[in-house]
Design a protein around this ligand. Structure first.
Ligand SMILES: *[C@@H]1O[C@H](CO)[C@@H](O)[C@H](O)[C@H]1NC(C)=O
Ligand SMILES: *[C@@H]1O[C@H](CO)[C@@H](O)[C@H](O)[C@H]1NC(C)=O
Ligand SMILES: *[C@@H]1O[C@H](CO)[C@@H](O)[C@H](O)[C@H]1NC(C)=O
Ligand SMILES: *[C@@H]1O[C@H](CO)[C@@H](O)[C@H](O)[C@H]1NC(C)=O
Ligand SMILES: *[C@@H]1O[C@H](CO)[C@@H](O)[C@H](O)[C@H]1NC(C)=O
Ligand SMILES: *[C@@H]1O[C@H](CO)[C@@H](O)[C@H](O)[C@H]1NC(C)=O
Length: 854
């Protein structure tokens, strides 16, 4: 029972729930009528009816009306959309106590302190078609029989209940038994019992059989006048309210008091339940409340062939997925199932569960269980039990009889009854029998109830895989995946080693813990599929979580049909939806988890191309990168894997296809780290990484490469690299031309002055012209060395040296050794200015001291 809405107000004399809108109607003692939206928790409409108490009000949804009856003896009809008053008439000669709306005819019935009940026909201009006379005191409440709309019952302060027929002005019969005035009355709407319930100022609640006209039960407990009673239209409960301030909930077949609610809102005046809803509205002295009653989780179960059985209240229904034919199914869409009624169940089903082979279903509720054949729903066995679980072996099951006794049955015969050491607060079926106690969880062998292992955990659910090798234990906060080591258990049992008072130590091995709350779950192979508390549909495999869908509401897993590649779920409204989940993928992942690559390879061809990459990611995460590379179809993923695996050829191929600089760079790095310089060079070229190429070319001393690089670099405008490569090759003319072309005229002038004195004049002239554009004076102060030889000592020798070098083909030659010598020479010439001679370690450089002195 959960409180959904608390609406404080003046005293509430009647409540009603709208059949389709989330509205509660409350009529107040102060003359107002309010409509609350219980979803948004807000007051949405108010009708100021009069300034006297309004003791009765009802929705007439088919006309968009609210009808009220007040102490001014007037019936008023409002349109609840326009808030307009449609009609008003004087109905009685005293306070109006109750209004009943006929479910199909254009009639209302009203009852009053004038001791009369009247029938009104709105299609005949609200004329009074009949008056029902017979009560000798106020008529407090009238209800129409839901199973026979021509019959209604009335409760009166004359201590009687009368049953009437439309068309007959005198009562059909009278029920007597209450010792004081009767305030309230209701019909039982289930098909099985011809019952009425009444509540009176004698503080008693009575249940009547109106066929043999006897009181079948009296419910005692209220400490004051009973003001309202209700047989819930669907749930197996009776709700009673009293001036003692409490609402009591009773079981409608056992009459056991289930719950007493006291919300501290003073006297209770009215109650309203609604067909098809778990909401119950209550009216008090200080306001109104809506409570939600009953379990959320639907009682439904599916067998492995797609036959679904569920309980709609106490009616059992069946639907078959196969009967849908080949209609196209979309993920998350409600399935158009044909539903077959299978009759009503003797108990109110709270859970329904197929046994593993699907031949039987067990229905549990009200502390009872009934096992039916799944096909015809013939009862096979029954009994009382707090809980019922199936074993992995279809012929076995266990029941929890009490908090201390568990019984095991085989072929419907009791095999064993035992008392678990620390009591039994819950039991779990599957491969082993799980028993929960305050001390934790204990697993027992089904065969001889030997303790296998005690685990300190408080489970909510336990799910075993079909193979019995894996088990999920779900708690309030998280879930654990354990591996059950049957061989170790067998060995320990054999030689009695490793057995403690907590069972066999090595029985389980923890595979993982996930911080998610499992609502419902099932295994397919080694994949654990579950719905979580945040409405995700996920599966767990090998430490990874894969999300299949985000659900828009709470859904309960029913099963997986491999043939359809679909997962089926139900919601509390008994809608069935499905989601695609390829069996091939699950099988493949299971095979991988079991390291069965033979099997995996067999399954692989059945996995569609678009799923391969997902599978490959899974393989990668499991550490099987080689396999992942073989399976993946995503070039990006494959390239990553190839790099990680050092698969240069594959990576190269992918880089060629992708034509991405980034890939070439990554591959170059890998090639360098693997000393594949040829490949590295090619990659760097593709990546246009001239810096990298320069480093590679010089470090490997490959003159051809340096030459090639020079051309490429200049073509691509990588001037620094181009200059450096020309320079390294001793191609001073090209260096100079490059500087000129790139308008680096001062640098060009100095280069010429140092290495190519014959070019100085030309360059200085260019420099001057260029500089003149911005600063004539500065330009004029540039001196051409050939004109001012006196300022440039050694210029002649420089000309001579240049000439000599040209003549002897040094400096421009393509052969490496002389030019390298020059390079070293040139570098040293520059560096020596800033260096102490001692700084130079000549051991690695093959130069003699004379050379250095020069
Ligand atoms: C009656 O009570 C309700 C809520 O307590 C209030 O909103 C309304 O104005 C009152 N009506 C009159 C007529 O006093
Ligand atoms: C009482 O109701 C029954 C049907 O429930 C009807 O057959 C019978 O005529 C009624 N008796 C009177 C006295 O109205
Ligand atoms: C009336 O019917 C009820 C069952 O609805 C039964 O328990 C009761 O004994 C019957 N009373 C008489 C007097 O026949
Ligand atoms: C119960 O009903 C009687 C009339 O039968 C009334 O006098 C009395 O005040 C009511 N009790 C309470 C607590 O209101
Ligand atoms: C089981 O079925 C038999 C008749 O086949 C019936 O008498 C019995 O009441 C049923 N029991 C339950 C608990 O359904
Ligand atoms: C030098 O580089 C060129 C390509 O630029 C290549 O063909 C040649 O094999 C390289 N030489 C060596 C010794 O690696």
């Amino acid at each position: 029972i959960k409180r959904r809405l608390t609406a404080r107000s003046d005293r509430v004399k009647s409540v009603d729930l709208h059949p389709t809108e989330p509205w509660m109607l409350a009529s107040l003692y102060n003359g107002s009528v309010c409509v609350w939206n219980h979803e948004t928790q807000t007051l949405v409409k108010t009708f100021e009816v009069c300034d006297l108490p309004v003791r009765a009000s009802k929705f007439v949804a088919r006309k968009n009306w609210v009808i009220t009856g007040a102490d001014d003896m007037q019936i008023r009809v409002f349109n609840y959309n326009t808030l307009e008053r449609v009609h008003m008439f004087e109905a009685h000669s005293d306070y109006i106590r109750c209004i009943a709306v006929h479910p199909t005819q254009p009639y209302i019935l009203t009852s009053s302190d004038d001791m009369l009940i009247k029938l009104w026909d709105w299609d005949k201009k609200w004329s009074c078609s009949q008056v029902f006379e017979g009560h000798t005191h106020y008529v407090m409440q009238i209800v129409i029989n839901p199973k026979d709309n021509n019959q209604f019952a009335s409760a009166s302060l004359d201590r009687t209940i009368k049953v009437w027929q439309l068309g007959s002005s005198s009562p059909n019969f009278t029920l007597e038994g209450h010792e004081k005035g009767v305030n309230c009355i209701d019909y039982y709407s289930g098909g099985d019992k011809p019952y009425l319930i009444s509540g009176a100022d004698d503080r008693q609640v009575k249940i009547w059989d109106y066929q043999n006209k006897t009181c079948v039960q009296t419910l005692e407990g209220h400490a004051q006048n009973v003001s309202c009673v209700s047989f819930h239209p669907e749930l197996p409960i009776i709700i009673t309210g009293s001036e003692d301030g409490t609402v009591r909930i009773w079981h409608s077949s056992t009459y056991r008091l289930e719950s007493t609610l006291n919300y501290g809102m003073e006297r209770v005046w009215c109650v309203c339940g609604l067909r098809g809803s778990n909401n119950v509205a209550l009216g008090y002295d200080e306001g109104s409340i809506i409570i939600k009653v009953g379990r959320e989780e639907p009682a439904m179960s599916m067998d492995t062939n797609g036959k679904i059985i569920w309980a709609k209240h106490s009616e059992i229904q069946q639907a078959n997925l196969k009967a849908m034919g080949d209609a196209e199914i979309k993920d998350g869409e409600r399935l158009p199932l044909a539903v077959k009624d299978m009759g009503s169940c003797e108990i109110y089903p709270q859970t329904i569960q197929h046994n593993p082979n699907g031949r039987f279903v067990v229905v549990c509720g009200d502390g009872e269980y009934i096992i039916y054949t799944a096909m015809a729903l013939r009862n096979k066995s029954f009994g009382s039990a707090q809980e019922f679980v199936w074993a992995h072996d279809s012929s076995e099951y266990a029941i929890r009889e009490s908090n201390s006794i568990v019984k095991i049955f085989k072929n419907f015969k009791e095999k064993k009854s035992f008392k678990p050491d620390f009591g039994a607060e819950g039991i779990y079926g599957g491969f082993l029998l799980g028993v929960r106690s305050v001390n934790g969880l204990a697993f027992y062998d089904w065969e001889n109830t030997e303790l296998i292992r005690r685990i300190e955990i408080q489970p909510k659910h336990i799910f075993w895989s079909d193979s019995g090798e894996l088990v999920c234990i779900a708690t309030e906060e998280s879930f654990f995946i354990l591996r059950y080591l049957a061989e170790k258990v067998a060995a320990s049992q054999e030689n009695n080693e490793g057995v403690t008072e907590d069972g066999i130590e090595d029985a389980f091995e923890v595979q993982g813990e996930i911080q998610e709350i499992v609502k419902t779950g099932l295994w397919v192979g080694d994949c654990f599929i579950y719905t979580s508390s945040v409405n995700r549909l996920n599966y767990y495999v090998g430490g990874e979580i894969v999300t299949i869908a985000h659900l828009d509401r709470t859904m309960y897993l029913l099963g997986y049909i491999p043939k359809d590649d679909r997962l089926y779920l139900g919601d509390k409204e008994l809608n069935i939806v499905s989601y695609s989940l390829l069996v091939s993928v699950l099988e493949y992942q299971t095979a991988v988890m079991r390291r069965d690559f033979g099997m995996a390879d067999k399954v692989l061809p059945t996995i569609p191309k678009e799923q391969r990459t997902r599978v490959a990611h899974f393989l990668e995460k499991q550490g099987f990168k080689q396999q992942a590379l073989a399976v993946s179809t995503d070039p990006e993923h494959r390239f990553e894997l190839a790099l990680q695996l050092g698969e240069l050829k594959i990576a190269y191929q992918l880089a060629v296809e992708a034509e991405s600089e980034q890939k070439w760079k990554q591959l170059a790095e890998l090639a360098i780290s693997k000393c594949q310089f040829g490949l590295a060079q090619e990659c760097l070229h593709h990546a246009q990484d001239y810096g990298g190429l320069l480093l590679l070319a010089t470090a490997s001393g490959n003159a051809t490469m340096v030459g090639k690089l020079a051309e490429g670099a200049e073509r691509d405008g990588k001037n620094n690299v181009a200059f450096m490569t020309y320079f390294l090759q001793g191609k001073l003319d090209q260096c100079l031309e490059l500087l000129i072309r790139t308008n680096r005229l001062p640098e060009a002038a100095f280069l010429a002055r140092t290495y190519l004195p014959s070019q100085v004049s030309r360059v200085v002239k260019l420099w001057r012209e260029n500089l003149a554009k911005v600063n004539q004076k500065a330009a004029e102060s540039l001196a051409d060395p050939t004109e001012y030889e006196n300022l440039f000592p050694g210029l002649r020798e420089a000309f001579a040296a240049e000439h000599y070098l040209r003549e002897s083909c040094l400096g421009t030659s393509s052969s490496t050794s002389p030019s390298s010598k020059i390079i070293i020479f040139l570098c040293l010439e520059v560096d020596l200015d800033n260096m102490e001679l001692d700084d130079i370690d000549t051991t690695d450089v093959n130069l003699d001291d004379d050379f250095l002195d020069d």
